[in-house]
Design a protein around this ligand. Structure first.
Ligand code: ZN
Length: 332
């Protein structure tokens, strides 16, 4: 009996000419700075072709899309990648369900690739093994950069090539559960900033006793962070508060350091930014995120610049965990 129970499930064989669906975690594996977001789809397609997968490719970028600059979303969408917005902190569950639904709708020999942390989707991997789907390995999850660096796609190939191969991309918001999904990008941006979405987001955050998140970035800044993301402080803060302690929470996954050589400059850059804004008091900077996904040399550089490193489980760095982090640091 034991022998029967422990018999391993055979790994499904790849099906090179079949449909391949790619699920891309755009928060954990963001488009690298200065990289044209319209090139991501050709790069992924080329990555698959180089491994012999010549069938139809469907790509869906998922994540908390309010944390992704509009121009990145626009570029990604215009190249034929669908967008799925998920509520804060629920990506592993929501996307796991979507992958399983896809597997149910498209039985083998469809292929599936997940660009994210495979540990997050380990249950999904097991499910796909049982259904007989081929899950492409290794998932290029450590950094999308590693996949894109292998790319030799000429810039002229970044035209809207999806039109020949797949139906037009669509977007959907799992927070609001709009149905059916829409195909017009500007409607998505309008939706993300619209009353319906904002109210549901506030409701979700209030249920977790957290304040609303800051406005999303408005530009594809090539610098380390989009400073204009920070809302201005209330006027009555301006005198005494500017001499008080300033806590800076930095999402190092969503706002990564572009180059290793930049890492030691982050601490001084943030402090200089605060001084320029008149915040002359002491400051504590905390880099928060899934730190095992960040290059060790970058972490060393960041740490050497006086920044505290705090690792949190996947998907919880958001306004949902910020109050907890603030409590921890204020208690100290
Ligand atoms: Zn919504």
């Amino acid at each position: 009996m034991d022998q029967f129970i422990h018999t391993p499930t055979p790994t499904p064989a790849p099906a090179p000419t079949s449909l391949t669906s790619v699920f891309w975690d755009i928060n954990l594996c963001p488009v690298p700075p200065s990289f044209n977001p319209r090139r991501v789809r050709p790069c992924i397609k080329r990555f698959l072709e180089n491994r012999g997968y010549s069938g139809l490719v469907i790509i869906t970028a998922f994540g908390v899309l309010q944390n992704v600059p509009d121009n990145i979303l626009r570029g990604v969408f215009s190249s034929g990648i669908s967008l799925t917005n998920v509520p804060y902190g629920s990506a592993p569950y929501e996307i796991g369900d979507i992958i399983c639904e896809f597997a149910d709708a498209y039985p083998p020999p469809a292929n599936i690739m997940v660009i994210s942390d495979p540990n997050i989707f380990s249950d999904v991997s097991e499910y796909l093994r049982l259904t007989g789907h081929h899950l492409l390995q290794p998932c290029p999850y450590d950094s999308l950069q590693s996949l894109l660096e292998q790319d030799s796609v000429a810039p002229e190939e970044t035209v809207e090539c999806w039109a020949e191969t797949v139906e037009s991309p669509c977007w959907e918001c799992l927070l609001c559960c709009r149905d059916p999904p829409d195909h017009v990008f500007e409607n998505f941006i309008t939706h993300l900033h619209g009353d319906e979405h904002e109210q549901l987001l506030l409701k979700l955050l209030n249920e977790n006793n957290a304040p609303p998140p800051p406005d999303p970035p408005v530009s594809n800044a090539k610098s380390l962070m989009t400073w204009d993301w920070c809302p201005p402080p209330p006027t009555h803060y301006n005198r005494s508060k500017k001499k008080a302690l300033t806590l800076v929470f930095w999402d190092i996954n969503t706002c990564p350091v572009p180059r290793c050589s930049d890492a030691p400059l982050v601490g001084p850059s943030i402090k200089r930014f605060l001084l320029n804004k008149g915040y002359v008091g002491p400051s504590i900077i905390i880099a928060v995120g899934l730190l095992e996904k960040v290059d060790v040399d970058i972490l060393k550089g960041v740490s050497s610049s006086g920044i505290t490193l705090t690792s949190v489980p996947y998907g919880i760095f958001s306004s949902l965990c910020l109050p907890t982090l603030m409590d921890i640091f204020f208690d100290e």
